[in-house]
Design a protein around this ligand. Structure first.
Ligand code: MOS
Length: 691
């Protein structure tokens, strides 16, 4: 291998910076029409009447969709996609109609003329851990078990109360919304012969969109073509189609032969496309006085919706992070009158490791042990959950390497003891982990083209993470040629099947398929194939099931807190990761830095404030939904251990997409505590928490 591991610049970079890379909205379609949704202004109840007379008479209006005239869906079992099929309102902002017009402005204006009469019900949109209706679901997101129990935690806690140390805390994360730079957008075109639906969609998985929408629309997946060559960020929300895809498809079906563009507005991003539900984690750890954990209990609570269940798998990482002979985990959820939560930036791991890694910091404090040493002492020799050996855990190496580079030995002790000018200064550390996954089913076609280049086709997708470039490197290695000779095609369901760019599984899944196809291509055609030589093959590899395979890492943060204003800054941040072989150092580093920035964001900025009186998020734009700017992200670096994990993928790589976002918020919180002596458990930290 020689292409893998080189820092090839983004192949799609020139097209992006010259504005010629088409995003979903920008695909050239003849005479498009434009959709603007009509959305509910109540959080619960039912529609009595929709008066669209004025809207329909408004300039440029082509069609008006309501629950009374919308095409019927074939499969209405999934509440999130059951658009305009009934009169029930289940959350504020729910799409209950649509105006389609000649221009976006005409559609948007006409929508203001629609009058809706409701039968208003009483709603509850306020998440509380003691809410009536809190329940134990069948499973949590990702198919994880709801609850686990090993040993006898209660007896271990009783023993620790007599002679040991206990930490017991509630850790909360607020509702948070995915806000990729490119909002979700769907352009839908229903063929005049009513046989094929084309969607230009901003998605993390074109084939997944077709597979999901096919049965709902009464089409076979082959009748739906989804095109997404460039996607401006995803962060999980684009991992599946949402209501807007169905609405655009319904609108297109009423206008055969005419494309309908539906760009979701920034404010609608806070309603239509999923979000991280608020979470609360009750974490209790019992330990010996030397810091050896004897029992760990993580009870997680989160918000779901009446429309569809989504249970954030918050307690899952606590099942395998540290040694604990006695352990219990659980997930509870409550359905409220809110939109459907969905994947967002390491669902489960991000809030769960926030809770667990702050609790570990508290345990270190309580035992009088350095927080790195505490983690080293509790590093399990085998996976506590499955009993399997680790393929390559190396968390301790990440902690030690980071400590050395960061200058951890100069950490202020005790907390609150270092003042420089008007700032209190502190260091914080936290571990990171993310599961390694290969999604089965990806296929690749390799073909020697007439122009002498090797065509590689797979319905992978580049959500800004570097897929165009990394898959080119993998293909070049597999075919033994220069990357310039590879002609990659991705982002289209007309290409061989590709799995989702989600769960940090994209490169692992698609890369494995390319390797399988390349091996068959070389076996069939040798070193001197003729133009036209072609092979299509499905990935034949999966992670070695005899081992527990995950990625690991450690975050180091310096925080400064102004003694007068409580303002927090993060002048330094370092992440050290164990992620196997790195396919493209340039794009992987960028993605890790992005994840770490999300950690600063989660700790100090992001917060969707839902107004219980009306049921909607009031911080529904980028002026009031805060996130870090360049001035907030200063000396930040991500490095990784030199490693090859062939048990994970044939490339030797592991998933690296989301781990930067795991544990990073905890490291910020722990640094703030080291600076000030104040322990904040509710995110985000506000200045007044420290004053
Ligand atoms: Mo990631 S939140 O699984 O797309």
């Amino acid at each position: 291998m020689n292409a893998i591991g080189t820092s090839l610049a983004r192949i799609d970079g020139p097209a992006k910076v010259t504005g010629t890379a088409p995003y979903a909205y920008e695909h050239s379609v003849a005479a498009p029409a434009f959709l603007y949704p009509v959305t509910s202004t109540i959080a619960r109840g039912s529609i009595v009447d929709i008066d669209s007379t004025a809207a329909e008479r408004s300039d440029g209006v082509l069609a008006m969709l309501t629950p009374w005239n919308a095409p019927r869906l074939e499969d209405t079992s999934d509440g999130e996609y059951r658009l305009l099929q009934g009169l029930e309102v289940a959350f504020r902002g729910q799409p209950i109609g649509a105006v389609i017009a000649e221009t976006p402005e005409q559609a948007r204006h006409a929508q203001t003329l629609v009058r809706v009469e409701y039968d208003v019900g009483t709603h509850d949109t306020t998440f509380r851990t003691d809410a009536a209706g809190m329940y134990l679901p069948e499973s949590a997101n990702g198919g994880y078990e709801t609850s686990t129990e090993e040993g006898d935690p209660d007896t271990a806690f009783a023993r620790a109360r007599a002679d040991g140390v206990i930490v017991d805390g509630w850790y909360t994360t607020p509702e948070e919304h995915n806000n990729p730079m490119e909002p979700h957008t769907t352009v839908a075109l229903w063929a005049e012969d009513a046989q094929e639906l084309t969607l230009y969609d901003s998605t993390q998985g074109p084939h997944g969109v077709a597979d999901t929408l096919g049965p709902i629309l009464g089409l076979s997946p082959e009748q739906i073509r989804v095109i997404a060559p460039h996607v401006g960020g995803g962060f999980g929300s684009k991992g599946a189609p949402h209501a807007h895809d169905v609405l655009a498809a319904l609108a297109a079906m009423t206008l055969p032969g005419r494309a309908v563009k539906f760009p979701v507005t920034r404010q609608q991003m806070f309603v239509f496309v999923g979000y991280r539900p608020p979470t609360a984690s009750h974490v209790r750890i019992a330990a010996n006085r030397d810091g050896g954990i004897t029992a760990l209990v993580h009870d997680a609570y989160s918000q779901s919706s009446h429309t569809k269940e989504f249970v954030e798998q918050t307690a899952v990482p606590s099942r395998s992070m540290y040694t604990a002979p006695h352990r219990r985990t659980s997930h509870r959820a409550v359905a409220l009158d809110v939109p459907v939560p969905y994947w967002m930036r390491a669902p489960g791991e991000a809030p769960g490791m926030y809770a667990g890694e702050v609790a570990m910091d508290e345990l270190a404090e309580a035992c009088g042990i350095d927080p790195i040493e505490l983690r080293v002492r509790n590093d399990p020799p085998v996976d506590p959950e499955s009993g399997k050996p680790w393929a390559s855990r190396r968390l301790v190496d990440c902690l030690r390497e980071g400590a050395h580079r960061f200058g951890w030995e100069t950490r202020p002790r005790p907390a609150g003891s270092r003042r420089e000018g008007n700032a209190l200064v502190g260091f914080g550390v936290a571990s990171a982990t993310y599961p390694h996954m290969i999604n089965p089913g990806s296929k690749a076609t390799i073909r020697l083209r007439e122009d002498g280049r090797l065509g590689v086709q797979i319905d992978a997708v580049d959500i800004g993470t570097g897929t165009w470039t990394t898959l080119t490197l993998i293909a070049a290695d597999a075919l033994g040629c220069d990357p310039e000779r590879i002609a990659l095609e991705i982002g289209d369901t007309a290409l061989p099947y590709g799995t989702v760019a989600g769960g940090s599984s994209g490169t692992s899944s698609w890369g494995s398929a390319i390797l399988t196809a390349a091996r068959e291509f070389r076996a069939k055609f040798g070193d001197d194939p003729l133009p036209g030589a072609e092979v299509t093959a499905e990935s034949d590899t999966e992670p070695d099931d005899d081992y527990r395979i995950d990625s690991y890492g450690a975050h180091f943060v310096e925080a400064r807190v102004d003694i007068h204003t409580g303002e927090i800054t993060v002048p330094r941040m370092l992440g050290v990761f164990s992620i196997g072989r790195v396919v493209n150092p340039r794009t992987v580093r960028s993605q890790l830095l992005g994840g770490m920035t999300f950690g600063i964001s989660m700790a100090l900025f992001e917060e969707s404030v839902r107004d219980g009186r009306f049921g909607h998020v009031v911080t529904q734009d980028l002026a009031t939904y805060h996130f870090p700017t360049n001035a907030d992200v200063r000396d930040i670096d991500a490095i990784w251990l030199d490693d090859v994990d062939e048990r994970a993928t044939p490339m030797g790589s592991r998933g690296a997409g989301e781990i930067g976002n795991v544990g990073s918020a905890a490291a910020v919180v722990n640094a703030v505590c080291n600076a000030t002596g104040t322990r904040v458990r509710e995110l985000p930290i506000h200045a007044d928490d420290l004053l």
